[in-house]
Design a protein around this ligand. Structure first.
Ligand code: ATP
Ligand code: MG
Length: 650
């Protein structure tokens, strides 16, 4: 990637300082950067003291065999005890841990004391089913309290969980069960999705007919929808039969800090899923600390809500482990944002007085498309910090989030991280950083990140290249499950000694970091590298565009030609001049070189089930190729609609 080509694109001048009242009371102030800069490992050793250890660690980082890190290696702890019991012991048993909101409108409130009893019962049940320390448990559940309870029960007995997103197919589930060699699967009859019960158990039944899944002894089934469910006697067991009769106390055992906590397969935006392995002490330290710092959590008064599914890393780190380690009160919502109406999320914010909200750009852009008047109908004045994660957030979507959801009052924190990093890495701090729309800005205290060129040299301010992490961090992946070589090849070979994140980035004139999307998505147009993110953001800055996906299609004249797919905002119509108007708009924003050759208004974009745009499929369409692997797509009919829109010749 040449530096010069990226340098002049996108110049964002807006900046929003922290609200003075928030800054004055903030959990973390600018001094954290200084402390961490002075002694990075001492800084993390200090943060590890947020946890309750049964044996306090005396070692911090062991980097004697890079890139295989050990953090707090001589410490011992129980992760579930840290997330549940210790809050009860500290006198907070009556505090609400989960405000569960089912899609049909049913709700359930679970205090920390109740959570302790539920997790204890589930841990006793898993033990009765023969799950021993080190055995893997596959979890295939909707967003119901039992998902959180199961994960914590696994952590409690030292059985690594492998959560598979409930929207994945039987094939995807079978591959993951096989790869992790799981012994028990926890699932449900189904969950509610878009106003209807949606079955889950049939996918488990089908997955377990596949070769390589024979080691699964039992399937533990939560009754959620009450729909009729096929049953394999001897193998299948109802949760209410097995878990409910267990004693509601359980003594947690301490495990080594490096004991495996879970395996999680990445969302598969780029190719074959990788089983990312996370361990206990370092992971919990960094998820808890970042949640405390970036959301400024005040556990006594805040109501936190992360809209991610527990099947993604965001759900692991910022629904289950970080918030619960911090004793947070949170909302857990089962369904979709538009069921039964487009204001469902905002209704939930109003109902529970949500103060901290964490969601993804894809959801924000969907809300922009539905219209400003929808959130305006609800009282959102409780919100005090808004988080974003998952993709680069376009500056216009950021501004919309701040204005229409945050009332121009709540700071927006754009948090960059990955399944592999386990916890947030680059993000503003709400009480410290003057926030710039669209930029994740600065590595968090204790994190070392930079942008390098092809030869691994850090780029100067104003330059662009590859995002790398230059020092180990506590919640880093320890390997790819069963495949150390792939771990080395994927992350540590492109720039020896540095972690290659696979994302393009640039540093602006202040040295702040802007994420530019995946390196694989960068386009080459007439000798210039152009980032898809920047062209997409330029399109979204047009008042008629809610969402855009841009790809480079092979072109005889220019190597690649920019092809843009756009979703229009609610009120905009697709008239004659629109395409020209949008092309001209991009040229004006970014320069003639970035002007798309083609602009196609479409109704939907292909997305992974975690809501990310799958550009490689759009590239296949733009180049009139047969589509690649569509198994991780939410809705494959979207591709047919798009293909039909595309003229045969271009
Ligand atoms: P796979 O690795 O299997 O292709 P994935 O990368 O989509 O899937 P995740 O680990 O869930 O799986 O996503 C991490 C990626 O999401 C990052 O590498 C980055 O591309 C993108 N991302 C996450 N947060 C941000 C952010 N705040 N700004 C820009 N990009 C982000
Ligand atoms: Mg990735």
């Amino acid at each position: 990637m040449s530096n010069e080509s990226l340098a002049n694109l996108m110049s964002e001048e807006r900046s929003f300082p922290p609200p003075p009242a928030l800054a004055a009371e903030a959990n973390v102030t600018a001094s954290a950067y200084e402390a961490a800069a002075e002694d990075r490992t001492a800084f993390w050793a200090e943060q590890a003291r947020r946890l309750s250890w049964s044996t306090e660690p005396t070692e911090t980082l062991d980097w004697s065999d890079p890139p295989f890190a050990k953090w707090f290696a001589d410490g011992r702890l129980n992760v579930a005890y840290n997330c549940v019991d210790r809050h009860v012991e500290a006198g907070h048993g009556d505090r609400v841990a989960l405000h569960f909101e089912g899609e049909p409108g049913d709700s359930r409130t679970i205090t920390y004391a109740e959570l302790q009893r539920e997790v204890s019962r589930a841990a006793n049940a898993l033990t009765e089913l023969g799950v021993a320390t080190g055995d893997r448990v596959a979890v295939y559940l909707p967003m119901i309290p039992e998902a959180v309870i199961t994960m914590l029960a696994c952590a409690r007995i030292g059985a690594p969980h492998s959560v598979v997103f409930g929207g994945f197919s039987a094939d995807a589930l079978a591959t993951r069960i096989k790869d992790a060699d799981a012994r028990v699967v926890v699932t449900s009859d189904g969950g509610y999705r878009r106003g209807k019960p949606s079955a889950l158990k049939p996918a488990v039944d089908e997955a377990l007919t596949r070769p390589g899944t024979e080691d699964v002894r039992n399937v533990l089934v939560v009754r959620r929808t009450g729909e009729e469910t096929a049953w394999t006697e001897g193998r299948d067991l109802w949760w209410h039969d097995v878990v409910d009769r267990q004693p509601d106390t359980h003594t947690p055992e301490a495990f080594d800090a490096e004991h495996p906590l879970y395996i999680l397969y990445t969302s598969g935006t780029t190719g074959k899923p990788k089983g990312i392995l996370h361990t206990s002490g370092g992971y919990l330290t960094q998820t808890a600390w970042t949640h405390h710092a970036v959301f400024d959590l005040k556990p006594e008064t805040d109501v936190y809500w992360c809209t991610a599914d527990v099947g993604w890393v965001t759900g692991h780190s910022y629904i289950v482990y970080g918030p619960l380690a911090n004793g947070a009160t949170q909302v857990l919502y089962e369904g979709t944002p538009d069921t039964p109406h487009h204001g469902r999320w905002w209704e939930i914010v109003q109902k529970y007085g949500v103060t901290l909200l964490y969601t993804a750009p894809t959801a924000i852009r969907a809300c922009m498309k539905w219209g400003d008047e929808i959130p305006a109908k609800f009282d959102l004045s409780s919100l005090r910090i808004l988080g974003s994660v998952g993709e680069p957030i376009n500056p216009e979507a950021w501004m919309w989030y701040r204005e229409h959801i945050g009332g121009n009052r709540a700071p927006v924190v754009d948090t960059w991280w990955q399944t592999e990093t386990g916890a947030m890495m680059i993000s503003p701090l709400p009480g410290v950083t003057a926030a710039k729309p669209g930029s994740a800005q600065v590595p968090l205290p204790g994190i070392a990140a930079t942008v390098v060129d092809d030869d691994a040299n850090p780029v100067p301010d104003g330059g662009g290249g590859y995002l790398v992490l230059t020092e180990p961090w506590p919640s880093m992946l320890r390997t790819i499950w069963g495949d150390d070589q792939r771990f080395l090849d994927t992350y540590w070979s492109r720039f020896p000694g540095r972690y290659f994140a696979g994302d393009g980035a640039k540093k602006d004139k202040d040295g702040d970091i802007w994420l530019l999307g995946r390196v694989d998505d960068v386009m080459l147009v007439s000798g210039h590298n152009i980032s898809t993110t920047e062209v997409e953001s330029a399109l979204v800055s047009h008042p008629k565009v809610a969402e855009a996906a841009v790809v480079g299609a092979t072109d005889p004249q220019t190597t690649q030609a920019i092809c843009a797919f756009v979703i229009l905002r609610g009120s905009a119509s697709e008239d004659e001049g629109l395409v020209e108007e949008l092309r001209a708009h991009v040229a004006k924003q970014l320069g003639a070189i970035a002007k798309p050759k083609r602009v196609l208004p479409v109704a939907e974009l292909p997305k992974t089930r975690s809501g990310k745009i799958m550009r490689r499929l759009l590239r296949d369409v733009a180049e009139h190729r047969e589509l690649g692997d569509v198994t991780t797509l939410t809705d494959s009919s979207v591709m047919e609609l798009i293909q039909r829109k595309l003229p045969e010749t271009s």
